[in-house]
Write a protein that binds this ligand. Structure first.
Ligand code: IDP
Ligand code: MG
Length: 168
């Protein structure tokens, strides 16, 4: 079994429905370790990079409106990094299928998700799908100093004469 990292986002519907505590309790069943956590106001640029692989899908624009907070007028997501053995599959099992109607009813998405009339799946949380996606996503959402251990290689960079630690 491999030690993996995974990025979780509690999306704006999760925050406006006051599900943060429930979601974190459910995720704790996986017995993983939290490595980083923060509240983020999501820019369109960050949203489009995060969902790059879905560009061209009919629901893409609505998905971006959803994750930046325009749909729920809730301009924040809670971003979490978990680490542990088989973290990706363990978390995806607790989170459930992408489509809330197909998701196991006791999963997070099965319990709390819905399909809106605009067609986007409001499914409460994001969870990385593979180790490659997790690495890309964690490096996109977090700076090295925001993670309690160096989970990926880092390097020193100079930006406007200021030395900074960045992902290598
Ligand atoms: P995932 O979140 O389960 O990894 P992805 O295919 O990466 O699923 O899609 C990202 C997000 O886009 C989903 O969580 C959901 O909010 C939305 N989405 C994906 N597929 C559809 C669809 O067929 N209809 C509407 N929304 C979708
Ligand atoms: Mg995905």
């Amino acid at each position: 079994m491999a030690i993996q990292q995974t990025l979780i986002l509690i999306k704006p519907d999760g925050l406006i429905k006051s599900l943060t505590g429930n979601v974190i309790s459910r995720l704790s069943e996986a017995k993983l370790t939290i490595m980083g956590a923060k509240v983020v106001r999501v820019s369109r640029e960050l949203a489009e990079k995060h969902y790059e692989h879905l560009k061209g899908k009919p629901f893409f624009e609505e998905l971006i409106n959803y994750i930046v907070g325009d749909v729920h007028k809730t301009y924040r997501v809670l971003a979490l990094v978990y680490q542990g053995e088989n973290a990706i599959t363990k978390i995806r099992d607790i989170v459930g299928d992408t489509d809330p109607e197909k998701a196991n009813p006791i999963s997070i998405r099965g319990s709390y998700g819905r399909i809106t009339t605009s067609g986007v799946f409001e499914n409460v949380v994001h969870a990385s799908s593979s180790p490659e996606d997790a690495e890309k996503e964690i490096k996109l959402w977090f700076q090295p100093e925001e993670i309690v251990e160096d989970i990926y290689p880092i390097k020193e960079a100079t930006l406007n004469n200021v030395k900074k630690i960045v992902w290598a």
